[in-house]
Design a protein around this ligand. Structure first.
Ligand SMILES: Cc1ncc(COP(=O)(O)O)c(C=O)c1O
Length: 393
């Protein structure tokens, strides 16, 4: 069978990333955010890797639907719904899924479901300390008091999310943390003792809070995604030896090679005209697959250890690359579109495509198969060039 494209997920990269994150936070384990198909990596595959890693103690998903899906796929570890009560609350409670609540009304619905199921519901308070999205405001401790009195509910955790991170100025984050701590103290003064507290995510790993919260909730860093070069420099200078490796590698096979004369137009709208006789490698991927339209005339890939450029507009299913300088390329050779080499690191691709790093992987079409492998073949060397690894571990 002809396989157009492959996505592989490196267990070795994931393990190294999680170990590095735990080393800098000083925690034994973290909460792995696998919502939204694990930012395109594959929710089940990443949940499974998380379940197999002793440095991961929770999985976070966006809503009940995703949580139930994981339980049905055999994921047994603790699950925390971050945002939406979008499925059956009864089923969630039955499956011991922890739920975040953002309002008293949500807590009432959870309490009613707990009564129906005949089981305790574990609830985490979502506190809005300055993100301005969902959650209780810090002056709503009275609401927490009311929730604490509802039968069937255990107020298990409290959390907030920092909004202005990924750079060296922590002033806004410190204000958010101060509000968070104040609410925890006020809650404690009225008899609410949370078993767990959690705040930080990937872009605030450089922040050392005054209090020791229970765990960090990370997605991007565990998947080996840098938010930006600025964040990479911040973390690697703050923690010498700290590094992240992309878990995901995306390849596409060349389906046609063709030589076109100087002055040929390539792709829709004639945005590219060759200035020399040009050899084109046609790749069977486009924006349907998640290779962004904004990579038109801008994107790059690696083939046979060479960097090659997108020429013309990225169409829905087809993209052309200029391989004039790589004469040995054959039909069937693989273009590496995302992976562990400088120009195809997701944050570099994002910069070129004018989007954020998470978008680069999240937009990968979910129906494409993701296969977990022990490790990848592309290795980053001295942060500057790459080699083909001799032996796969
Ligand atoms: C509430 C919450 N916590 C943690 C995360 C993980 O963030 P990151 O992938 O930057 O680690 C997210 C991601 O969007 C989130 O919404």
């Amino acid at each position: 069978m002809f396989t157009r494209t492959t996505i592989t997920l490196s267990r070795a990269a994931f393990t190294a990333n999680v170990n590095n994150i735990n080393a800098v936070t000083g925690h034994k384990s973290l909460a792995l955010v696998v919502k939204s198909n694990a930012y395109g990596h594959g929710m089940f595959q990443m949940a499974q890797m998380g379940q197999e890693h002793e440095g991961v103690s929770w999985l976070c998903i966006v809503g009940i639907e995703e949580a139930l899906c994981l339980r049905k796929q055999g994921i047994t570890m603790p699950l925390l719904v971050l945002s939406f009560l979008d499925g059956s609350i009864d089923e969630a409670i039955y499956h011991d899924i922890h739920l975040s609540v953002s309002s008293y009304e949500e807590a009432l619905a959870v309490a009613a479901a707990a009564q129906r199921v005949g089981k305790k519901a574990y609830v985490h308070i979502k506190l809005d300390t300055g993100m301005g999205r969902m959650g209780f405001l810090p002056d709503q401790v009275g609401e927490l008091h009311k929730i604490n009195k509802l039968s069937g509910i255990e107020l298990y955790g409290i959390r907030t999310h920092l909004s202005d991170t990924g750079h060296a100025d922590h002033s806004y984050s410190r204000k958010q943390l101060a509000e968070f701590d104040r609410v925890i103290d006020e809650a404690q003064s009225i008899g609410i003792q949370f078993t767990c507290t959690h705040v930080q995510s990937s872009s605030s790993l450089d922040l050392k809070p005054e209090r020791d919260y229970s765990f960090v909730r990370v997605g991007a860093s565990a998947f080996g995604l840098w938010k930006s070069e600025e964040q990479r420099l911040l973390l690697t200078s703050r923690y010498p030896g700290f590094d992240l490796r992309p878990v995901l590698e995306w390849r596409a096979k060349v389906v046609q090679l063709k030589q076109v004369p100087m002055g040929s137009y390539i792709g829709y709208k004639r945005t590219f005209k060759t200035t020399k006789p040009t050899r084109l490698a046609i790749a069977p991927i486009g924006y349907w697959d998640g290779f962004a339209y904004s990579q038109s005339n801008r994107g790059v890939a690696l083939i046979n250890n060479h960097q090659v450029s997108v020429v013309g507009i990225v169409s829905m299913n087809i993209t052309a690359f200029d391989v004039t300088d790589v004469p040995e390329v054959k039909v069937g050779d693989e273009l590496v579109l995302l992976g562990n080499a400088p120009s195809i690191l997701p944050h570099e691709v994002a910069k070129r495509a004018g989007c954020i790093t998470n978008e680069v992987t999240t937009l990968l079409e979910s129906s494409m198969e993701r296969t977990a492998v022990d490790d990848h073949q592309l290795l980053l060397v001295n942060n500057a060039r790459f080699i083909e690894k001799q032996h796969v571990v």
